[in-house]
Design a protein around this ligand. Structure first.
Ligand code: HEM
Length: 493
């Protein structure tokens, strides 16, 4: 009798595996789906985009893989990524484990969809557009102030090999802090230290926990000491308390039509009774700005310092341009950018070459959709192979090299956006990063003002290999391998 039950069970497991391994009808093709592991056996999970290049050669621009038993469609050319992500039907988001754990549910912008997402996203986008558009002077002052502090920190370590991450993170955090709280904190203050620690630990946890979105059973089977959920929960709760405290402080300070910072502007919408605006929504948005925004900018700045220190000839060209256009002493301002094509080209090339978000964030279809002749049922997960665009030999003359001329016309002017298909550091379409302009402004002002005063070089023992660190903390964002940089004052050296 036991034998019959066992055989029956095996047959049920086998049939359900067979069913789950068969792709839906007219679904993009791809490698075989094995029970429990999906396509994991044929994917290099530490370097997904390398595996995708192989699969693209075999299956074309649109193929599918399985993560566990979940199919994921991968888009592999600029044309199909643009076509898909410009459409509302592809603007959904899976309620992934990390995002919903961190926010205690689906709230904020990056994990929500539909009307809530659209209204909240429009608010943030408009707020940041105004901040960085015609009236950009206020935020520019804040960034320049931080850059001055950064320069004086660097002066203290002239000629020594140093790690620049912590110092640059402080200035990134302070700018965001100003945007959302209208004030600056000293990095030694307890509140600053607590937020810094929370961001660091939460991003580490979210990266490690990415797998739980596909294998949630692991969170039940494994002890919390292994899944690190207990630790993640501790830092998440601390960050929730802090973001809620900020709102209470703003509520107390709220005086009629004062619109000093992002929180004031949001509270005004709550007070007007606008649909989808709530204190919980504001707290979620603040946490997102600090987690997604600060971490992305921090990783990008790590690449900026690494790539520049390995390319002294590029620094010299930037410095010559700055000297000719702005002069050796005057502060470089955002309005100077249009007269600094080489500097802008070098920064954009760093963004292309660093390729910090190789697959961006996962999207989800909002209804049954067709693309490239295939049919994707509602709820299908969709991933963009952004690396493919950044390394496409059809789009870039020297895709594997750091070559700022990629962004210059023959007359040495900066190419327009239309001339640069395939340049997607911030994603594209309906879900493209709303913080892009703020991040661009910050990178430009930091790089130009620092290089006016300092040159960056590698320590003697550094062979100058620019490489990626494939470790936890990099499942969404690619970090450079840890390095040190030598800062030399241009006047004294
Ligand atoms: C160098 C800096 C940054 C990079 C490279 C970057 C990159 C990205 C990418 C690739 C996405 C995913 C797009 C998609 O889903 O298709 C994204 C989304 C997002 N980013 Fe950024 N980002 C940066 C800075 C910022 C900043 C400073 C903020 C906030 C002030 C921010 C807020 C967001 C938000 C809220 C989303 C989710 C948008 C949505 O789901 O609609 N990012 N970012």
């Amino acid at each position: 009798m036991w034998e019959t039950i066992l055989i029956g069970l095996l047959v049920v497991v086998f049939i359900s595996w067979l069913k789950s391994s068969v792709r839906p009808s007219n679904f993009p093709p791809g490698p075989v789906n094995l029970p429990f592991v999906g396509s994991a056996m044929i994917l290099d999970v530490r370097n997904l985009t390398k595996s995708f290049a192989t699969l693209k050669n075999k299956y074309g621009d649109i193929f599918s893989i399985y993560v566990g038993s979940t199919p994921v469609v991968v888009l592999n050319s600029y044309q199909v990524i643009k076509e898909a992500f410009d459409r509302h039907e592809f603007s959904g988001r899976p309620g992934n484990f990390s995002g919903t754990f961190f926010q205690k549910g689906r709230t904020g912008i990056s994990t929500t969809e539909g009307k809530h997402w659209k209204v909240q996203r429009d608010f943030l986008e408009n707020y940041l557009d105004n901040l960085t558009g015609a009236g950009h002077k206020a935020v520019e002052e804040v960034i320049l102030d931080e850059t001055t502090d950064l320069k004086s920190e660097f002066s203290k370590h002239e000629g020594e090999p140093v790690s620049v991450s912590y110092k640059t993170n402080i200035s990134i955090l302070n700018v965001l802090w100003n945007v959302v709280c209208g004030r600056k904190l000293h990095s030694q203050q307890q509140e600053f230290q607590t937020v810094y620690e929370c961001i660091d630990k939460i991003t580490q946890f979210m990266s490690r926990a990415a797998i739980f979105s596909f294998l949630p059973v692991l969170t039940k089977l494994l002890p919390e000491s292994i899944t690190c959920i207990e630790r993640g929960r501790y830092y998440r709760n601390r960050f929730h308390e802090i973001s809620e405290k900020w709102i209470q402080e703003h509520r107390q300070d709220y005086r009629g039509n004062r619109t000093g910072d992002l929180q004031d502007a949001y509270i005004q919408r709550i007070n007007q009774g606008d649909d989808t605006f709530s204190e919980q929504g504001l707290a979620a948005m603040l946490r997102e700005i600090f987690i997604i925004g600060a971490e992305s900018e921090s990783v990008m700045m790590r690449w900026v310092f690494r790539i520049l220190s390995c390319n002294p000839q590029v620094q010299k060209k930037i410095q010559a341009e700055l000297e000719a256009v702005v002069g050796p002493k005057a502060q470089v301002k955002w309005e100077n950018k249009d007269d600094l094509p080489y500097t802008m080209a070098a920064i954009k090339e760093i963004q292309r070459y660093a390729d910090i978000a190789p697959t961006g964030l996962m999207h989800k279809t909002m209804c049954d959709v067709k693309i490239g002749g295939f049919t994707l049922p509602e709820g299908t997960l969709v991933m963009a192979n952004i690396s493919q665009c950044h390394r496409d030999p059809k789009l870039w003359l020297k895709p594997e090299q750091f070559y700022p001329e990629h962004f210059l016309t023959q007359d040495n002017t900066l190419k327009s956006v239309e001339e640069l298909p395939g340049f997607l550091p911030y994603g594209i379409g309906k879900r493209a990063c709303p913080g892009a302009k703020l991040a661009d402004m910050q990178i430009f002002l930091v790089v130009s003002n620092l290089l006016q005063e300092f040159s960056l070089s590698m320590p003697g023992e550094d062979a100058g290999v620019i490489a990626t660190q494939f470790k936890s903390g990099t499942s969404v964002l690619r970090n450079p391998r840890p390095y040190r940089v030598v800062i030399n004052n241009r006047v004294s050296s």
